[in-house]
Design a binder for this molecule. Structure first.
Ligand code: PEP
Length: 252
């Protein structure tokens, strides 16, 4: 049985004061959740949020880490550094990184390898743009993105991996994929994981992301291969985020 995982992606939002209020409210309201919850925050706040999460079952995550282990890579942050701050997860290959910063499938695979080596659980993001969806190329795009990672990782990587399906046309637009649309892609992702890892693929959490709100979370999370959500905008408001976490608990 897979536990639901609700991952907050704060993106480039936050500040010392607002973080404190948000994390305290989430910890208070989320003290008895049975779903796993992780807050993926900007690098400079890892220390602050990690301290605020002490004693809570909610864990800390990052939103990116390097494909390189260490060295002369000005501005980069290594997976080892992220792990040292107590992170459990790191989001890798988010569509904003791929489209705005030109991350290739190969770079994402390199980042996943480094994250695994550092003991982090990578949340590997996949998802097609609107044009690809309209042209019927969703499977092709998601398969290509995931294949680059699956070919690179070691055979025992399965237990640590999380995959997210985030259609780009649904991110921050208020336009979510329907539960059926999302489930169809999640089933394909599960099949690709099974081809690579065999039966162990049944244990991999596959998250849906893209305009998840309290109003649509329960229907999405009730789908057999949707094991939780990657939540952007709604993770910045404690009540909205907690309502999504509660939806995860309802169907766990
Ligand atoms: C995201 O960027 O990962 C995301 C899912 O954003 P939103 O929930 O705002 O659509």
């Amino acid at each position: 049985m897979r536990k639901k995982l609700i991952a907050a992606n704060w993106k480039m939002n936050g500040g010392l004061e607002v973080n404190r209020a948000l994390v305290e409210a989430v910890c208070q309201g989320g003290s008895d959740l049975s779903s796993e919850v992780v807050l993926c925050v900007p690098f400079p706040y890892l220390g602050q949020v990690g301290a605020l999460l002490q004693g809570s079952t909610i864990t800390l995550g990052a939103q990116n880490s390097s494909e390189f282990e260490s060295g002369a890579y000005t501005g980069e942050v290594s997976a080892g550094m992220v792990a040292e701050f107590g992170c459990s997860h790191v989001i890798l290959g988010h569509s904003e990184r791929r489209t705005l910063f030109g991350e290739s499938d190969g770079q994402v695979a390199g980042k996943v390898l480094q994250a695994l080596a550092a003991g982090l659980r990578p949340i590997v993001c996949t998802g097609e743009c609107e044009a690809a969806r309209l042209e019927g190329r969703t499977t092709q795009v998601v398969s290509r993105q995931l294949a680059a990672v699956l070919e690179a990782v070691p055979d025992d990587a399965c237990a640590a991996m999380v995959v997210a399906y985030e259609p780009i046309w649904a991110i921050g637009t208020g336009l979510s994929a329907s539960p059926e649309q999302a489930q169809a892609v999640h089933r394909q992702i599960r099949a690709l994981l099974k081809d690579r890892f065999g039966a162990a693929a049944e244990l991999v959490q596959i998250l849906y992301g893209g305009s998840v709100k309290a109003a649509n979370a329960s229907a999405l999370f009730a789908m057999p291969d949707i094991d939780g959500g990657l939540i952007g905008g709604a993770s910045l408001l404690a009540d909205d985020f907690l309502a999504i976490c509660a939806a995860g608990d309802l169907v766990t």
